[in-house]
Design a protein around this ligand. Structure first.
Ligand SMILES: Cc1ncc(COP(=O)(O)O)c(C=O)c1O
Length: 470
């Protein structure tokens, strides 16, 4: 048996494992192997086969044997040979009896998708700064020391931790140094690293939050205890016997207000008195539209707060890059959970983000997106003022979404009407902790950052069309 990995991209564009086995000699074995590769989809229609000489050398067989095998497969219709473009897999290389290539089926819902995507959670994917990211990637790869291509450090690349320490201090008022930062793949990963090995439940959480995070905690056997909310944010005076609390202090998710300064001070006092810890989810802290800066709670007491952020709102949730700024006592336990091999955030992505921050591209991108999202928010407010003045818009001083307060008892029908009109959005009830006994106001959570720029006007128009009358 002769085996070879034919793996030069310029020859066929992809790796191809050919196994020459069975009876009838090398030529017959090669014909069988190539036929099998085409039939099984490993050699796609149109892909170029290696020149005779290269394949012969890779397989350790004579050049003529390869030439004969190609000629046979051309005659059978599996391959085509054209002067100047070499030998390729025929566009319809499936003569009688060949199994059709399997195309994965999309679910009908995914295939259709919503016509107007106003679901909170994602930035405008069409605005990803491709050119600037590529420039940072090039520089990062060119400048990376050789050791960067070896196994990673569980804490993450020091270049990124240094860049973040400076950036978070400057922009969010975080007090830290690179040794307290652990790179992770985002907020959800941070929760998985903390619970249940480093911290244990019960965990106090805001009465409204992301169900996905509650589910993730439940899967780690962490009981979550809802804290009621009012116009000043989470009522931290209600904290009971828990030793940990998860808050979104800059912009309560999803209702939208910042945690009042007296509550910020109160929760720090609580943590000091009870030897407790505050988990600060700073998911969209960069996007504030009013002039009042809301710094990180972490700045009040770095030893009592785990500050968690990611690029999921500022750049893209697809990058899976985030960070935890830890009190000193948690650094080693978190690293121990993470393990020796950095398995979550790729080194080159980390180096790229470090360059992106240090070169100023991150600031420029965030500033551009802040203006863009602010303009969208203003358009949403103006459209509602004109077409549905009875609907109050709240939570608009920051972030990428707003909450429309609806007349009592109308949320469910508004959500149904939206689905019917092909609008993706959520009702406020979707975010309510099941254990909360707060009287739940009716509302819609509208992600105004999600659509591409050209699709926004139509999405707003459709939204106004499904709101309950005044
Ligand atoms: C409340 C909240 N926290 C955190 C995040 C970020 O999650 P991740 O970093 O896991 O993408 C999101 C979603 O983007 C969010 O809505």
């Amino acid at each position: 048996m002769v085996e070879s990995w034919v793996n030069s991209a310029e020859r066929i564009g992809a790796d191809l494992h050919l196994e020459l086995s069975g009876s009838g000699g090398r030529r017959a074995a090669l014909i069988r192997a190539l036929r099998e590769a085409v039939r099984g989809g490993r050699l796609a229609p149109g892909s170029r086969l290696p020149p005779y000489r290269s394949l012969a050398a890779d397989l350790g067989i004579a050049r003529n044997t390869v030439a004969d095998a190609y000629a046979e497969l051309v005659a059978e219709g599996w391959l085509t040979a054209r002067q100047g473009s070499g030998t390729r897999v025929a566009e319809r290389a499936a003569p009688s009896g060949a199994a059709p290539a399997r195309v994965p089926k999309k679910s009908p819902a995914r295939a259709r998708g919503p016509r107007h995507d106003l679901q909170q959670g994602t930035p405008d994917a069409s605005s990803f700064p491709r050119a600037a990211w590529l420039a940072s990637y090039r520089r990062a790869v060119q400048r990376a020391p050789n050791e960067a291509f070896g196994p990673g450090d569980p804490a993450g690349r020091v270049e990124l931790r240094e860049a973040l320490a400076g950036y978070l201090a400057r922009v969010r008022g975080v007090r830290t140094e690179p040794g307290r930062i652990v790179i992770c793949s985002g907020f959800a990963h941070a929760l998985r690293l903390l619970f249940p090995q480093v911290l244990r439940g019960p965990l106090a959480v805001e009465a409204y939050g992301l169900g996905f995070h509650r589910d993730l905690l439940a899967a780690a056997s962490v009981r979550t205890v809802p804290l009621p909310l009012d116009e000043d944010g989470a009522q931290v005076g209600e904290l009971g016997r828990e030793r940990a609390v998860l808050l979104t202090p800059a912009h309560q998710f999803p209702t939208g207000g910042p945690l009042h300064p007296t509550r910020r001070a109160a929760v720090i006092d609580w943590a000091r008195a009870r030897d407790g810890v505050i988990l600060e989810d700073d998911y969209d802290g960069e996007f504030r539209y009013d002039r009042k800066p809301v710094g990180a709670v972490q700045g009040l007491d770095p030893e009592r707060v785990v500050h968690i952020g990611s690029v999921s709102k500022s750049l893209s949730p697809a990058l899976r890059l985030g960070w935890m700024v830890l009190p000193e006592r948690y650094v080693d336990p978190v690293l121990a959970v993470k393990g020796e091999r950095e398995a979550w955030a790729g080194t080159l992505d980390q180096l790229t983000l470090a360059d992106f921050i240090v070169s100023g591209a991150y600031d420029r991108h965030v500033r551009r997106m802040r203006q863009r999202y602010r303009a969208r928010r203003d358009r949403l407010v103006a459209a509602l003022a004109e077409r549905a003045p009875h609907i109050e818009v709240t939570g608009i001083a920051a972030g990428l979404h707003a909450v429309l307060r609806l007349p009592p008892g109308t949320e469910q029908s508004a959500v149904k009407a939206a689905v019917w009109q092909g609008i993706a959005l959520d009702g406020l009830d979707e975010f309510r902790h099941p254990g909360t006994d707060m009287s739940a106001p009716d509302g819609l959570v509208v992600g105004y950052a999600t659509p591409a720029e050209h699709a926004y006007a139509a999405a707003l128009d459709a939204l106004c069309g499904v709101l309950p009358p005044g």
